[in-house]
Design a protein around this ligand. Structure first.
Ligand code: S0N
Length: 274
């Protein structure tokens, strides 16, 4: 597939674009003048869009990207960085991108980072926490924390190290170098590199492949991959999915029906699997 598709807007926001196409939602940071650096509002809007994606049953896969072809995201907008976080219109400093990171990991649908241009600082961490990353040939990756007076010791350090290994992750953070798309591919930081003009078509191809698959199997897999790394929160996600599956069974329904019918439940006919 190489033709342009027509995305339908889902909801209007100030700093992101949010649209839909055949089972796929696209959340795109729309601040190309600052290489898609995020403010508290950008993040708040992405959180709301993610929440809509979670709740809409016609959405199976989410693409996270940035407008303009020159940047995925350049991290927190340094012009609004204040004392203790990034400052929005309410004058309160916050680091709400950490909530977004957790949301991307826990939303029970695959999230694909579609990376053109810069994925830097907190923007780099955003692609790191996505399930898959597809990069254009012009993509550039890196952390800047120790250079600009910040660091992300959460997923930005530990999950990055799980992906590229401890030595490489430390190099990325300590040196603040930038890596091209091929280098990112070589270190397992992205799944595929394509020419910029094929970026969206390839990303859609991958999304459609996933949409053909069992949504429950993908959901279980995502929480299984997370479980080992995310401690109790990861186990809670996996266990929540087990409960979802149990709710679908006749055995579980017998418990609920018996309660509603004010009778003793009869679980005798349900098998005790080996
Ligand atoms: C991306 C870079 C390398 C691109 O360089 P290039 O191509 O030379 O372009 P520039 O001329 O530099 O940029 C074009 C215009 O865009 C503005 N701009 C770019 N990035 C930002 C930004 N992050 N904030 C504000 N403005 C930005 C430029 O200023 C320029 O504007 P004009 O034309 O008006 O001059 C290069 O731009 C670069 O290095 N950018 C900065 C990258 C960076 O350091 N990002 C912040 C890193 N930190 C975080 O993201 C923190 C994340 C976070 O929230 C967090 C999470 C967990 C724990 C802690 C934190 C925390 O904040 O501490």
């Amino acid at each position: 597939m190489s033709q342009q598709v027509t995305w339908t807007p889902i909801k209007e926001f100030k700093e992101i674009l949010f649209s839909y196409y055949q089972g796929i939602a696209k959340i795109s940071i729309n601040r190309p003048q600052v290489h898609n650096a995020f403010t508290p509002l950008t993040v708040q809007e992405m959180i709301e869009a993610m929440d809509i994606c979670r709740n809409r049953t016609d959405i199976g896969v989410i693409i996270l990207t940035g407008e303009g072809g020159q940047a995925f995201c350049s991290g927190g907008d340094q012009s609004v960085r204040g004392h203790g976080g990034y400052v929005g219109e309410d004058t309160v400093p916050r680091l709400n991108v950490l909530d977004l990171q957790k949301q991307i990991r826990s939303i029970p649908k695959p999230v694909v980072a579609m990376v053109a241009g810069w994925a830097i600082g907190g923007g780099h961490v955003l692609h790191v926490v996505c399930d898959l990353s597809i990069a254009a040939e012009n993509a550039r990756f890196g952390q800047t924390g120790p250079k600009v007076g910040s660091f992300d010791g959460g997923f930005g350090a530990s999950y990055l190290a799980r992906i590229v290994g401890q030595k490489k992750a430390r190099e990325i953070w300590y040196l603040c170098d930038q890596y091209n798309a091929q280098e990112a591919l070589d270190m397992g930081l992205v799944n595929k590199v394509v020419p910029l003009e094929q970026l969206e078509a390839t990303t859609l191809e991958w999304c459609f492949k996933m949409l053909e698959k069992s949504p429950l199997a993908l959901r279980m897999l995502k929480s299984s991959f997370n479980a080992e790394l995310d401690g109790q929160a990861g186990i809670q996600e996996l266990a929540g999915n087990a409960t979802l599956l149990y709710y679908l069974s006749e055995e579980a329904k017998e418990g609920k029906n018996a309660f509603m019918e004010k009778r003793k439940p009869d679980f005798s006919k349900y098998p005790k699997f080996p």
